[in-house]
Design a protein around this ligand. Structure first.
Ligand SMILES: *[C@@H]1O[C@H](CO)[C@@H](O)[C@H](O)[C@H]1NC(C)=O
Ligand SMILES: *[C@@H]1O[C@H](CO)[C@@H](O)[C@H](O)[C@H]1NC(C)=O
Ligand SMILES: *[C@@H]1O[C@H](CO)[C@@H](O)[C@H](O)[C@H]1NC(C)=O
Ligand SMILES: *[C@@H]1O[C@H](CO)[C@@H](O)[C@H](O)[C@H]1NC(C)=O
Ligand SMILES: *[C@@H]1O[C@H](CO)[C@@H](O)[C@H](O)[C@H]1NC(C)=O
Length: 507
């Protein structure tokens, strides 16, 4: 879910929307301050007048493509405010509490896209979707054209979004359509549901990591998990309290159910909001639940070359990457679709390590290696501490024009032509398992650095770097891994990743 659907064009139309929203925001603030104890539904009396009196149960009539009205729809349509008192819901299988570990079968995905974009975005989704294993749906704005038929088996099954014009009178219902995807996903599939995962059609999800992280939370409690934008201004503008939905957010079963039940009331309550994620957050906040931000969910609110960001990933399992249409292809000399599949090649071997940063030093030549597992290696011609290398090199550009820093939610290092500061760049080439059951990843030089050496030990000669990592997945994430430069010979450097020693210092 893009900031204001501003994905493609943040010029004219969107600017108007932004200004419109800002004006509303201030009106909201002023009103809230004037009437602090006013019930939320009275904040916007004028909006209420334009919205029809909502009879949610009538909504199922306007769902032309989804004929299977599951019992939950009537439960959702039921206007009773307290779910737990409703026996038809309280024993619903979606609230089962068992001790079995959460696995992929407990997750249901709702991806909201558009027919127009799906023609090229399907490559992104098909790179991670596991047909007949991953549960969920793609919601389109209209029936797919002949070019998309027969529907690819590697794609999620599709549905056409509900027509919301019956209860919302607005010219543009895009944001509401996206939010409403939550109800539509939930009503289609909630058997043994523990987590509802919503996302955009240009996002890459790392399913094993998502399952791993979700399994650490109690799905019988109320959780709203998501990620901030990297671009500070987006958080400020929309909300620091929202999960940016393009990158995906996760709702535990009780929250998904409560949200689905009240969503249409809520969409009317917040009909003035133009942004999907802000609306979703508002509805969730009114249920009494706040965002738990996770560092592995990436909205990717940046432009241009994202490689600096992807080479200094936070110490947290990678869960998603959004905006693959907005950043340059993440590997040199590959298009977007191909680079997506290329990254997933590494992810298939080991999601627990993907993009995890490991730093080691070759003391003999004063070199520092910074590995982003399965993606890149940066080779510096001096010793640098991990504390410094954890900051991404700002290879990327700002999401929106923003005159003064800070721009990002993290510190950055500026790109430099200083030969002691600029790394030699290597990107992921190939991956295989060794006979000793290690994982062997090779990286090749992207291009010559074209700078004089920092000291007597130029690394220009290195063209290939190999990284060996254990086959066993990492389950603990409280400390990074360490590595050794096993040897440097000719144009090659070999590195082995291992657990850090008790007192090891990476500097
Ligand atoms: C739901 O479970 C409760 C207790 O576990 C039971 O008393 C109640 O009859 C059940 N309701 C339905 C509709 O099965
Ligand atoms: C997932 O967990 C359920 C129990 O909740 C179990 O029946 C199922 O076999 C598990 N699936 C996998 C793939 O492990
Ligand atoms: C998924 O399952 C359906 C029916 O169970 C089968 O026809 C189809 O071939 C399967 N698709 C894949 C990609 O395995
Ligand atoms: C490595 O760097 C240190 C500190 O800058 C310097 O004293 C030393 O001579 C360098 N060693 C080599 C082999 O370049
Ligand atoms: C580094 O040098 C190149 C080529 O001279 C130039 O295009 C680039 O803008 C410089 N980058 C910085 C950060 O100074």
């Amino acid at each position: 879910m893009a900031s204001f659907n501003c994905n493609i064009d943040f010029g004219g139309v969107c600017k108007t929307q932004l200004i419109f929203c800002m004006v509303l925001y201030f009106v909201f603030i002023v009103l809230s301050n004037l009437y602090p104890s006013c019930p939320s539904s009275d904040f916007f009396p004028s909006f209420w007048k334009t919205a029809p009196d909502i009879s949610i149960s009538s909504r199922s009539v306007v769902s032309p493509t989804i004929s299977n009205d599951s019992p939950t729809i009537s439960a959702i349509s039921n206007d009773s405010p307290t779910i737990t008192n409703d026996p038809t819901i309280s024993n619903d299988s979606s609230t089962i509490s068992t001790d079995s570990p959460t696995n992929l079968s407990h997750l249901v995905f709702g991806l909201v896209g558009s027919e127009l974009a799906w023609h090229h975005r399907k490559a992104y989704i098909e790179s991670w979707w596991r047909p007949n294993i991953t549960r969920g749906f793609l919601f389109l704005d209209k029936e797919p054209t002949a070019e998309l038929l027969p529907w690819s088996r590697a794609s999620p099954p599709y549905r056409i979004s509900d027509d919301l014009t019956t209860f919302l009178k607005k010219p543009d219902l895009t944001a509401q359509r996206i939010v409403h995807g939550i109800v539509e996903t939930f009503r289609e599939e909630h058997e043994n549901l523990r987590w509802l995962v919503m996302g955009d059609d240009d996002s890459i999800f790392f399913l094993d990591n998502i399952v791993e992280i979700l399994a650490k939370f109690d799905h019988t409690k109320y959780y709203y998990l998501g990620g901030h934008s990297e671009f500070i201004f987006s958080n400020y503008w929309f909300s620091f309290s929202q999960g940016f939905g393009g990158a995906g957010f996760m709702l535990s079963a009780p929250l998904a159910k409560a949200l689905a039940k009240d969503l249409e009331n809520c969409l009317s309550r917040y009909a003035h909001l133009e942004a999907a994620d802000q609306s979703t957050m508002s509805c969730i906040a009114d249920i009494g639940v706040s965002l738990t931000p996770l560092q592995g969910i990436h909205q990717m609110d940046m432009r241009g070359d994202a490689s600096g960001f992807l080479s200094s990933h936070p110490q947290f399992p990678l869960m998603s990457l959004h905006h693959f249409d907005m950043v340059e292809p993440i590997f040199p000399s590959m298009d977007r679709a191909k680079s997506t599949r290329h990254l997933m090649k590494a992810a298939k071997f080991d999601q627990s390590r993907i993009l995890q940063q490991t730093v080691c030093h070759h003391r003999k030549s004063n070199w520092t290696f910074s590995i982003s597992w399965g993606y890149s290696v940066h080779l510096y011609e001096r010793i640098m501490p991990r504390s410094y290398l954890q900051y991404p090199i700002e290879t990327f550009e700002k999401w929106l024009p923003n005159p003064t820093p800070p721009h990002y939610m993290f510190n950055t290092r500026l790109p430099s032509n200083d030969s002691c500061e600029a790394p030699h760049l290597f990107f992921f080439k190939s991956i295989k398992k060794t006979p000793k059951n290690d994982v062997f990843t090779s990286f090749s030089r992207a291009w010559p650095r074209r700078l004089l050496p920092c000291s007597s030990n130029s690394a220009e000669i290195i063209t290939k770097i190999t990284v060996i990592s254990p086959e066993t997945k990492r389950t603990e994430i409280e400390r990074c891994e360490c590595c050794d430069v096993i040897r440097v010979h000719g144009s090659k450097a070999d590195i082995k990743i291992r657990e850090c020693m008790t007192d090891e210092i990476i500097a």
